[in-house]
Design a protein around this ligand. Structure first.
Ligand code: 6PG
Length: 261
């Protein structure tokens, strides 16, 4: 495919001295995004990321003052991806969020839109979640959900959500949710697709740790090759993307990024 001419826009990268400062800022950003959305549209729709980086953020949001600053009954939580496991499995993104956030805040049960990954048929898990999105966002044919915020992490191999290098999911253009077979993990992953993530009003990547530094540099400053670095496929068409990273992850970046001290 003719590579799209990439307009070199300077990405919004905020560098924090350590993960604690990043988490604090991320919680503040979350509250701001939630209240802005609720003021404008009466609700806040967010797709959460999994993995380990956001654990501290979810735990912080469950504490004061952030907890009381969020109108939880107007927040709708979704997930950007899920492992193909039971919700009680230690590797479940839902379970991780439940333990750190859902058990601690007064969010109504019906506002938690879990990916029901207990179904042994991964394709059916994807179809069911896609139907949930279609119904909640009242989508017509060929329409994609528009989240207020999508939180993303980035793996050391450049994956994000469960868009893994070399998988078809990276180039999915028609479905909102797919079940992607990840050879390296020997398992299916359920994931939102690029059209959905790129349709969000705001996308925030949280990346910490020196082990991500080389990949972060390649993603932000290297050649555009989303097959190898799927995080590069995330470029919201009518929204903003922001990178909130710590100094360790940013240590290889050459662009003069805005450091928050
Ligand atoms: C998942 C995530 C995944 C994650 C990255 C980074 O289900 O694992 O959605 O995309 O964000 O793998 O994971 P860490 O935060 O654990 O480094």
């Amino acid at each position: 495919m003719q590579e799209l001419i990439r307009t070199q826009v300077k990405p919004d990268i905020q560098v924090f001295p350590n993960p604690e400062a990043l988490t604090w800022a991320a919680a503040t950003e979350f509250v701001q995004q939630a209240n802005q959305a609720i003021q404008a549209r009466g609700q806040f729709t967010i797709a959460l990321s999994g993995g380990s980086t956001p654990k501290s953020l979810y735990a912080l949001l469950a504490t004061q003052p952030w907890r009381k600053q969020i109108p939880w009954n107007q927040v709708h939580l979704f997930w950007g991806d899920e492992r193909h496991v039971l919700p009680s499995d230690p590797s479940s993104n839902f379970r991780m969020t439940q333990e750190r956030l859902l058990f601690q805040v007064p969010i109504p049960f019906q506002n938690v839109h879990r990916i029901k990954a207990e179904n042994p048929n991964a394709q059916k898990v994807a179809t069911e979640y896609e139907q949930d999105l279609k119904q909640f966002f009242q989508l017509g044919e060929h329409q994609f959900p528009r989240f207020d915020l999508v939180l993303l992490g980035m793996g050391s191999n450049g994956h994000t959500a469960s868009l893994f290098p070399g998988t078809d999911a990276v180039h999915e253009q028609s479905r909102s949710v797919v079940a992607s077979w990840v050879e390296k993990l020997d398992t299916h992953r359920i994931t939102l697709t690029p059209p959905v993530i790129n349709n969000a009003r705001k996308v925030i990547f949280f990346v910490t740790g020196s082990e991500k530094a080389a990949t972060l540099k390649a993603v932000l400053e290297g050649q555009y090759q989303p097959d190898r670095l799927p995080a590069q496929i995330i470029r919201p068409t009518q929204g903003k993307v922001m990178w909130m990273v710590d100094q360790a992850a940013a240590s290889s970046l050459s662009t003069n990024v805005s450091s928050i001290l």
